[in-house]
Every structure is written in C-alpha cells, then in structure tokens.
Design a protein around this ligand. Sequence first.
Ligand code: UDP
Length: 234
Amino acid sequence: MNGYRRVLIKLSGEALAGTLQRGFDHLIITDVVKQLKILVENKVEVSVVIGGGNFWRGRTSGSMDRTKADQIGMLATVMNAIYVADVCRAEGIPSVVQTPFQIGSMTELFSKDAALAHMQAGKIVFFAGGTGHPFFSTDTGAALRGCEIEADALLFAKNIDGVYDSDPKQNPEAKKYTQISCQELLRQNLKAIDAAAATLCIEQKLPIVVFDLGATDGIVRVAKGEHIGTTISI
Ligand code: UDP
C-alpha cells in the first residue's frame, strides 16, 4: 500500500460516541477497528490516541479544581483505549495499551522502544492517558507521542471533515481549507488543533491530516495518501 509507513491516528472521544454523544457507538468503533486491521495487514505501523470527550469534559466543569478535572479526563482516555483495544481483540488484531503512568496490570508503561517493537510485530499501540500531566490535551499527547515514535504523520479523525476558517455550525459561509500551514493555523487562531500540539508539530516537522471519522473508509484512504479533509503542512 502506498502512503504512510508509520502513523498515529487520533480519534476524538466524541466522534466515537456518534449520535449518542456519550459512551461508545459500537458500530462506529467496529468500523474504525476494521479499517485499522486493513492498515496492519498492509504493513502500516499503527498507533492510536483517543480523546476523552465521550466521558468527561473537565474544562467545562465550573468551579472544579482543574488538575483534578484533568486527571479524570486522562483516566477517561484510558477507558476508551481499553474498550477499543478489546474490540481489536474481538476482530483478531493484537494490541497494547500504553500509559505514561502506572495503572497496575491494566496497561503497559509508555516506552518508545517497546511501542516500536509492538508496531513492527503487527500490533496496534494505543497511547492512553495523554501526556500524563494536567493542562494539556489529547491533541498535545498525540503530537508528543507522534514525535517520539517518529510517525510519518498524525491523522486526526474528527466529527468535522476538515479545517474551516470559521465554525461551519455557526457560519454557513465558512470556507474549508484543503491545505493550510501549521503556522497559518496558529496565526489565524483556528481551533482545529491546540496551540501546544501545533507548536510541537512545527518544531518537529510532523504533518497532520484532519478528516471526518464518518467518511467511508476515511482512515484507510488518508493513510494511503488520498487527499480528503485538510492537510496541515509544516
Ligand atoms: N488531558 C490532560 N492531559 C493530557 C491529555 C488530556 O489533562 O495530556 C485531559 C483534558 O484536559 C481533557 C481530557 O483529558 O479533559 C480528555 O481529553 P480531550 O478533551 O483532549 O479529548 P477529546 O476532546 O479529543 O475527546
């Protein structure tokens, strides 16, 4: 398969919940996992970061201590990774969940070397728990792990089909970019990815593709290099 050799796929928690908005839409997740399986069968090294928005929106919890809210958010990402990893097992794909902190025997501690060895052995590696620190997002966790494992690209599967110059839900005239530089994204303060993640990607020259999780075979097509969504170049 032409395209990327090693990818990090970021799935937003909300996109995995589908119209339910909370928890898991099993049909969506099974479809995602079947696509991941195609990538693995085509010798693409696959890692995955999943957000936590289908369980917890810590930053909107009013007066709650931010650090505690973020800790719950990070644990939500672990639950998501364990769920999707189990769907991988059911679909016959071996996988591993790594976290930046210890959670007994439920996950492995993050290690670049171990992650690469797993991926090279055809396993999908889920990087759960974000960066392990509050005041960051799973976007930043994805950018960090993507840099560490020297991914060819970050593939961001979202509830929206790309990067727009304004929110298409608010503005029917909003214009979609097929390509935009990471610097321009920051300059225009577009919210497609957060600034910490964007800065890391610029520094490490890591391209990002933002696309719709709902697009038919979207993950496979983007990994093959097909131009859907928005490419954020560096
Ligand atoms: N989070 C965190 N540190 C990290 C990554 C995530 O504190 O390194 C928290 C984040 O604040 C949020 C939650 O984990 O409350 C889930 O992440 P996010 O909102 O990015 O998920 P998504 O919107 O992609 O579903």
